[in-house]
Ligand binder design. Structure first.
Ligand SMILES: O=C1O[C@H](COP(=O)(O)O)[C@@H](O)[C@H](O)[C@H]1O
Length: 244
């Protein structure tokens, strides 16, 4: 067994100059983690988020060097809209990564937007379970997370009952405060069982919430991400870190 890339249960905060450097820092970290996972376990299982994170990844991942055929890509959350809709997170990644990298559509484990939200969550959970057989909770190699201006992450919103969900891997939400209202999301036990969680964000618009979470330690959803035996990264630009 080779030496682990990084010691477990550690939090790393990295502040870089600007949005471009957030993207390059994030993509180079993903490359290291992917290649380590592939060497150790033969595959790489990554969870993606939407919003600004998709822009960072679609810009930077096409330049990394990795065994792309060993990747499986999941979604930390997804909006229940057709794949042709501008709100679909899968649409962003398909447009940004299929064609510009050797990744194929089949490597993405997607929700079925034709189902109602309860059924879509169950269907997506069964797809995730197929990739993680015989375990109580799945162990993703990396979950990439964004943070909304209200402190939400994935589709886990402040004061929402889903923050208390401890029985299912994937939950439906039909009253998302941020449109679209119907989504599916990984639950906190799944997120916190990952080998590594990475938040990446840029811009002054994130600064107040970054301060409330990393500075003041307020109990908001993004602050509840604490991998139990994994690593936690916050990659910020100077604008996002300006109130720390
Ligand atoms: O709605 C969502 O928002 C968050 C944050 O997005 P951002 O554009 O403010 O970075 C995102 O992480 C999540 O996946 C998405 O569904």
């Amino acid at each position: 067994m080779s030496t682990p890339l990084l010691p477990h249960t550690k939090t790393v905060r990295k502040v870089v100059d600007n949005e471009e450097k957030v993207a390059s820092e994030l993509c180079s970290l993903v490359q290291k983690l992917a290649n380590y996972a592939i060497t150790e376990r033969g595959h790489f299982k990554i969870g993606l988020s939407g919003g600004s994170l998709a822009k960072f990844l679609c810009g930077g991942l096409p330049s990394i060097e990795t065994s792309w055929d060993k990747w499986s890509l999941f979604f930390c959350d997804e909006r229940l809209v057709p794949f042709s809709d501008g709100d679909s997170t899968y649409k962003l990644y398909k447009a940004g990564l299929v064609g510009s990298t050797p990744l194929t559509e089949e490597q993405f484990v997607v929700i079925n937007p034709e189902l109602d939200v309860e059924e879509a969550a169950k269907d997506y959970e069964s797809k995730v379970r197929n990739s993680f057989p015989d375990c109580e909770w799945p162990k993703f190699d990396v979950l990439l997370l964004g943070m909304g201006p209200d402190g939400h992450t994935a589709s886990l919103f402040p004061d929402h009952k889903l923050l208390d969900e401890r029985s299912v891997w994937i939950a439906p939400i039909s009253d998302s405060p941020k449109p679209p209202s119907c989504r599916v999301t990984m639950t906190l036990p799944v997120i916190n069982n990952a080998r590594c969680c990475i938040f990446a964000m840029a811009g002054a618009g994130k600064a107040e919430m970054v301060k409330r979470i990393l500075g003041d330690g307020e109990a908001l959803p993004s602050a509840m991400v604490k991998p139990v035996s994994g690593e936690l990264y916050w990659i910020l630009d100077t604008a996002a870190a300006s109130k720390l």
